[in-house]
Design a protein around this ligand. Structure first.
Ligand code: FRU
Length: 502
């Protein structure tokens, strides 16, 4: 009897130990899965995310909807997830806004505030215009599987009703017919839809969001055509008292460093047609990981954009499991001119800049190498200001010798990001390749800001004229940083400072 009791107690102990071990393993796995989650970027709590969708500002809230597969951390049946933020740093994930229905899954699109109730859903309704993607129709290969539809919310994006007359813009027989971005065109008093249609952009107009008329096409003969055109945006921007129109077009593949990228055109739009004389190919961000970005609506003159921080080359394989993909940090877009050509500069919104406080202050250079010690936080900003033009590298590293190198080569006048030795890179052969970016500025000094957040770096050089975004997955945290010049680092006035997130 006593023996039996002893045996029972032993079995109980063993089973408790087993449960503990399993719990520890699960905890370790969860910690591991979470180790790449950024601090000041938006990520979905769980599941897959790609393009940002329907960004609209209302009553102090920045709404961010996004392509979402809530059940699996890989691309699948698309929903619109939803998050809001008051400061562009802290995001509050809400319940799913749009679910797939009998017309299809919910692909990318935009949202607006219908102030004058043009659609009849209610004054001030939040209206989403998105692509219904019908997978059965796609299998039938009719080419009619993508159609544009509406949904509306009368409670600031909390609950949504799909419009009964969907789709409002049926497919005329174009295989890739998607990602509507709709804006109010004040001069012609109509809504303008900018739509990606295979290898060009088609503009449509409407008085009520429900019936659409084709206006024109743009782009078959200009721009980069390495892949399909997606996620466009048409933005009126001011430059020294005049208005120019910027057309953003994401393409996949075909980027300067391979895979997904966003190009843009600067020209004029008269309510019917977009025209440009400047046929040079221009990239909004040269790095591998900024795709499908468009701007917030209902923000008057502020052109605030956010992108998906990944690349279709490897997005489904990056080494996170519970969640996959993050947004970029939001960026303010503005126009700049170099010679006769307009360029779009990307800078960081004030809200975000102010979210950092000085950590290691000011280093004035005078040496070939500057080291900022061993214990940096995992989320910080580095400012390097007015360095006399020369080649240099900023090297992020950790205690096991992994390195991420962000640099400038004077002989080629190029910035670059080399992540070949940055940790986990073997999940896809494209991932370790070095990305290059042309320096556009003619300034004699170099200035740049780096925003680092656990597993990503965003480079804004020369006032944002050249931007690069890159993911990296170090096995241990990258908490060391060195700046190394090919000769002594000399600064005109300021130098190098590091800021930590407050
Ligand atoms: C761009 C894109 C869009 C499409 C969505 C589907 O990344 O391919 O064109 O609407 O993703 O998730």
């Amino acid at each position: 009897m006593i023996r039996l009791m002893k045996y029972g107690a032993m079995m109980l102990l063993l089973s408790i130990a087993g449960t503990c071990l399993a719990q520890i393993e699960q905890q370790q796995q969860e910690d591991c899965e979470e180790k790449y989650r950024p601090i000041y970027h938006f990520t979905p709590n769980q599941g897959w995310m790609n393009d940002p969708n329907g960004m609209v500002y209302l009553n102090g809230n920045y709404h961010l909807f996004f392509q979402h597969n809530p059940d699996k951390p890989v691309w699948g049946p698309m929903h619109w997830g939803h998050a809001t933020s008051k400061d562009l740093i802290h995001w509050d994930e809400k319940k799913i806004a749009l679910y797939p229905d009998s017309l299809g899954t919910i692909f990318s699109g935009s949202a607006l505030i219908d102030k004058h109730n043009t659609a009849g859903f209610g004054k001030g309704a939040m209206v989403a215009i998105f692509t219904h993607h019908n997978h059965q129709e796609e299998d039938r290969k009719t080419g009619l599987h993508q159609n544009q539809s509406l949904a509306y919310s009368l409670d600031e994006g909390t609950t949504w009703t799909k419009y009964k007359g969907n789709p409002v813009l049926p497919n005329p027989g174009i295989w890739d017919f998607r990602d509507p971005k709709v804006m109010w065109h004040e001069l012609s008093h109509r809504w303008i839809m900018t739509l990606a249609t295979k290898d060009c952009i088609t503009f449509y107009s409407s008085k009520d969001l429900k019936s659409w008329k084709k206006e024109s096409e743009f782009g078959k003969q200009v721009g980069a055509h390495g892949g399909v055109w997606e996620c466009p945006d048409l933005i009126p921007m001011r430059y020294k008292g005049t208005t120019k129109w910027v057309l953003l077009v994401s393409i996949n593949p075909g980027g300067p460093n391979g895979g997904s990228v966003t190009q843009y055109f600067v020209g004029d739009f008269d309510g019917h047609q977009f025209r440009t004389d400047d046929t040079k190919i221009k990239w909004l961000d040269w790095g591998p990981d900024n795709y499908a970005g468009v701007t917030w609506s209902n923000l008057e003159d502020r052109h605030l954009m956010i992108g998906w921080m990944s690349n279709w080359q490897y997005a489904n394989e990056v080494p996170t499991t519970r969640w996959r993909s993050s947004s970029t940090i939001p960026r303010v877009l503005s126009l700049d001119k170099i010679g006769q050509s307009f360029y779009v500069a990307s800078t960081v919104p004030k809200e975000l800049e102010n979210a950092f406080r000085p950590f290691k202050k000011y280093h004035s250079g005078g040496t070939k190498e500057v080291s900022f010690g061993q214990h940096l936080p995992q989320a910080y900003r580095l400012d390097l200001t007015d360095l006399k033009q020369q080649s240099f590298k900023v090297i992020l590293s950790n205690d096991i010798g992994e390195e991420l190198v962000i640099g400038y080569r004077q002989d080629k006048n190029e910035y670059y990001i080399d992540r070949a030795k940055s940790g986990e890179v073997s999940f896809n052969a494209e991932f370790p390749k070095t990305a290059f970016a042309q320096r556009l500025s003619a300034n004699s000094t170099l200035s740049l800001q780096l925003y680092v957040d656990v597993s990503s770096v965003e480079l804004f050089a020369d006032g944002g004229l050249t931007a690069m975004t890159s993911l990296f997955f170090p096995k241990n945290p990258m908490t060391r940083i060195r700046i190394v010049g090919d000769k002594k680092l000399e600064f005109k006035e300021l130098g190098i400072s590091i800021f930590e997130i407050k």
